[in-house]
Each structure stands twice: as C-alpha cells, then as structure tokens.
Design a binder for this molecule. Sequence first.
Ligand SMILES: Cc1ncc(COP(=O)(O)O)c(C=O)c1O
Length: 409
Amino acid sequence: MGIDADGAPIDVAAIHAQDKQFVMGTYIRQPMVFVKGDGARLWDSEGNEYLDFLAGIAVTQVGHCHPKIAEAISKQAHTLMHVSNLFHNALQAQLAARLCGLTGMDKVFFCNSGAEANECAIKLARKRGKQLRGPDCYEIITFEGSFHGRTLGALAATAQPKYQEAFAPMPLGFIYTKLNDLTALDNLISERTCAVMVEPIQGESGVRPVLPAFLKAVRALCDEAEVLLILDEVQCGTGRTGCFLGSHQFGVKGDVITMAKGIADGFPMGACLASGEAANTLVPGDHGSTFAGQPLACAAALATLDVLEDEGLMQNAEEVGAFLVDGLKSIASRHSHLVNEVRGIGLMVGVEFTKPVAKQLLAGLFKRFIIANAVGDSIIRLVPPLVITREQCTRLIEALDIELTQIAA
Ligand SMILES: Cc1ncc(COP(=O)(O)O)c(C=O)c1O
C-alpha cells in the first residue's frame, strides 16, 4: 500500500496489475507511481521525494504544478474549456500573436502534440511544393538519427529504421541523409524537393546539436533551391536552450517551425508556425483538429509563456545549464575511461559513455531519488524543468560521480 498526495491509501500492486492487464504495452515503465509534483521535485506513493531531471521528457518546462499555471487552468476550466475551431477564440488569437512575436513567424496552426505539429508541417510543405513546381514536388529530406514523432507521416520523416520497421510500408516522399554533411544534402536537393526538415538539436538520438555552420549553409541551400526549411523545435524549443527557440542559438530562421512538449508546461499542445508565403498555404478544408487551440490549452500556454518571461527562466536555463555542463565535465575528466562526452546547450544535456552503462547508472540514480533517462544504451539525457537550481544540479553531479566510481571499481 502507498499513499496519494492527500495521504489517502493507494494500492500500488493493484495499479501495476491493472496497467499490465488493460494498458497496451507500449512503454517500459519504472515501478514508481508519482502522486505529486512541485517545481523540479516529484513525490512517489511511498512518500519519497525525487529530483526530476526528465521533466516528463522536456515537458514541464516551468516546473511541476506552477501555481500561476494551475490557477490559469482552473480559472479557464470554470469559464470555457472547449469551443470548436469553427468559432473565434480570444485566447487562441492572443497566443498565436505571442508565439509569432517570440519566433518571428507570421501564422500558427495549433494542434495537440509534436507529431501533429510535424504532420501539419509536412502537409504544408507538400502543398507549397506542388504549387511551386507541380505534382512531383513533394519530397522532404530529413537526417539520420532524427526523431519527428510516431504518426505515420512523422514516422516516415524519422530517419531511424528501428522505429519504422514494424510498420512498413512508410508513406512515400521522404529521403534521408547524414547530419552535418552539406555535400550529401546538396546532392539530394532536386526539383522534387519541397522541404528540408531538421532538429536544431537532435534529442531522441542522444542530444546532438547540429553544427552551426551546417545549419546556416542549409538555410542558404534552401533559399537558393526555393525549398522550405522546417525546424523541429518540439524538444529544444520553448526556452530550453536559454533562447526561446533552439535555432536562435544558431542565428538561423526557419520557414516553418514545429513546437510542442514544454509549450503549455504539460498541458497537451502543439503548434506549427510558418512565415512568409508558407504562412498562407493552408486554407479552409486543408487541415484541422477538434481539440487544438481550445481555450483551456491556450490558457495553460499563455501562463507558461508569462512564467518563462517573468521568472527569467531562459536565463536560468542558460546559466544553470552551463553550471551543469561544467560540473559534468569535471567528473567526466576523472572518469575519462567511462565518459566519452558531455554535450548540450542550456538545459538540454547529454552524457555519452564509452560503454553501455546508461541503464545501470539510471538505476543507481533512481535509488538516490534522482530521475533522468537514457537514450540508447550509452547516453543519459538531462532535460530538467527550467527552474532547476545549481544546488539541485550539484546533487545530480555528485550522485553520478559516486555511481561512476562504483562502476569503475
Ligand atoms: C524533436 C521531436 N519532434 C517530435 C516529437 C514527437 O512529439 P510527440 O511525442 O508530442 O508527438 C518529439 C518527441 O520526443 C521530438 O523530440
């Protein structure tokens, strides 16, 4: 037996059993049942307090249960939760204007997830390509190691066979090339290409920032070939790197930007933003979503943006992120036989090991009440809420140091 956030008993074994029987087995779950969150902390049903370096996978951007967001959601839930996109919605209009201001884009299509944001980008790019160069202009070039989501279109854009194989055939029209290899990309761009799609920092394949010069050159190639540049900011956007968009770190502007994850601090929301001609490509009947951009989600997103700005959390991401990376690098130098690289920007950090020890390390961190996650067998990803402090980072660094020492022994 455990206890919920109010101290009432909950039967953890029964939850595990129900989950096993009734929920499709698409996730490998840890046994903990979290019942409460606050800032960068989580509590499980045993009353244990954890430090959260995962943030729902880069989602609870301004921290768990921020009071201003809880209040905005609660107020809106008592006023108007949902209204069809067949009517105007003041909060949606406000949020669109705010996001355009922050990103330099002209228009937004709202949706409910990262995959959906990318589906919108794919449809937009195909339609634009056909308008420009005829019916054969529908190819989208993406990069090895990318992750764009699990719906069929987004999955086809995801250049990783391990995610695609069981679901073949993939939708046509996606071709893949090596990240940071300009010649290879240049050779693939043709009259058939409608877009190049890239994550400024690849998240799921191990926190790999694109080379700045490469991204700038991709921008130039896209301009020259009249091809849309789609930047997938789903994981690296919403202030995580210290700038509002990951691409702001590289000084590159996309024609289309996709966002989700942290945009509403955990309330499901996604957005596909476009600029220039691309912003007017989709017209009535082309695309839509029942839930997207509803007042409740928009209230959560507007409050998230307020907190991000009012509490200086992008600056915190930059400063505390640098502190975290420095600390990790200093233990890496003492465990150089085990740590291959510490990389990342702001609070999107990856630690790559020389051996497949990521899962063992995570288990050790869990025992010390620290949550992180592994991408593959030899990389740990750290994407905490942007409210994380230096002291909390120090706890993680020390715990990792001890775990590495134990593995080395
Ligand atoms: C870069 C990127 N794009 C798209 C997605 C898909 O987002 P969602 O899981 O909300 O569909 C993810 C999720 O991890 C992601 O990291």
